[in-house]
Design a protein around this ligand. Structure first.
Ligand code: SF4
Ligand code: SF4
Length: 305
């Protein structure tokens, strides 16, 4: 059994923030989207259960892309890569976002902070597929038990059960890549985790740029404030679902109305090299690209409160 993350943001840190906002806005909710990979958080109902089980019991929770991650709102962006991004449909109902992020390293994107929390976090499953350029899902036939759950779930009948030539496996699921529209739903539906995402289809630099453009879309026409927690700063993000040791001392909490500035300041305080997990990942790419597309500025001034 895998060990649970022990360094994620604690509910007792978030509750006072939520309460102070909820005093002024009765429609205030905690919001997230489903994840793309195979996890209880791949479905809205079980995602909410995970949050409740971890102590987030003080507020309504909205999973913006719906039960299977297919509800979406298309937003035009003037990006260098995307003209349009696909975010969770319920985002349309809210005009303000208070983005609370845990600063951590990240194996794909270099680091996770405000930009990644908004960009990847609010993309629906199809949006997450686009950010990862994960357009060709693969089924590991040895793990497939031909249960047909993915067949029933696919909205475009792109999956069929076919006989297999692999010794010991009579039949398995098969994806028709020409029919697949990249909704990503089947990945979380498979009880065996047999449907694999080509995580490295987008090189890391490009993944970071794509995340920044999604963040721009999700924030379009919203009032937004960003809070980065520089506490329990770990090498990998909280999603790895394993116990981790902090890489450095706790630093504090940063607040800004500029997502680029708050991430740049966070990275500078932690030290860019701390997150340079592999030589090839420059964690500043998403910040630089965010500035380039007009999401904010890398220049900042720190005021201690
Ligand atoms: S990702 Fe493709 S194969 Fe999977 S459910 Fe969506 S359309 Fe069907
Ligand atoms: S849901 Fe998974 S195990 Fe079931 S048929 Fe599809 S790929 Fe195979």
């Amino acid at each position: 059994m895998r060990k649970k993350s022990n360094t994620h943001l604690k509910p007792e840190w978030i509750e006072p923030i939520y309460s102070s906002v909820a005093e002024k806005s009765k429609d205030c909710v905690l919001m997230d989207c489903t994840v793309l990979y195979n996890s209880p958080r791949a479905l809205a109902s079980s995602h909410i259960k995970v949050a409740r089980d971890n102590g987030f019991n003080f507020a309504p929770i909205v999973i913006a892309d719906g039960e299977r991650g297919r509800e979406e709102m298309m937003i035009k962006v003037d990006g260098k890569i995307f003209d349009e991004v696909r975010v969770g449909g319920a985002l349309e109902d809210y005009d303000s976002l208070l983005v609370v992020s845990h600063m951590t390293g990240h194996l794909g994107a270099g680091y996770g902070g405000a930009l990644k929390n908004v960009g990847m976090g609010l993309g629906n499953k199809a949006g997450k597929m686009e950010m990862h350029k994960a357009f060709r899902l693969k089924i590991r036939r040895r793990e497939c038990i031909a249960c047909e759950k993915c067949v029933e779930d696919c909205p475009v009948d792109a999956i069929k059960i076919k006989s297999s030539r692999i010794p010991g496996i009579s039949e398995s699921a098969n994806i028709d890549q020409d029919r697949c529209v990249g909704c990503g739903g089947c990945v979380g539906t498979c009880p065996e985790g047999a449907i694999k995402i080509p995580w490295t289809a987008a090189p890391r630099k490009e993944l970071q740029r794509r995340i920044a453009e999604y963040a721009k879309g999700a924030l379009k026409d919203k009032n937004a404030l960003f809070i980065n927690f520089l506490l329990n700063i770990t090498k990998k993000c909280d999603c790895v679902n394993e116990k981790q040791r902090p890489m450095t001392d706790d630093i504090g909490v940063l607040i800004s109305n500029d997502p680029v500035a708050v991430d740049q300041a966070s990275l500078d305080l932690i030290g860019k090299r701390t997150f340079q997990l592999r030589e090839l990942i420059d964690p500043e790419i998403q910040i630089k690209h965010g500035e380039k597309i007009g999401l904010g500025e890398r220049k900042y001034e720190l005021t201690e409160l």
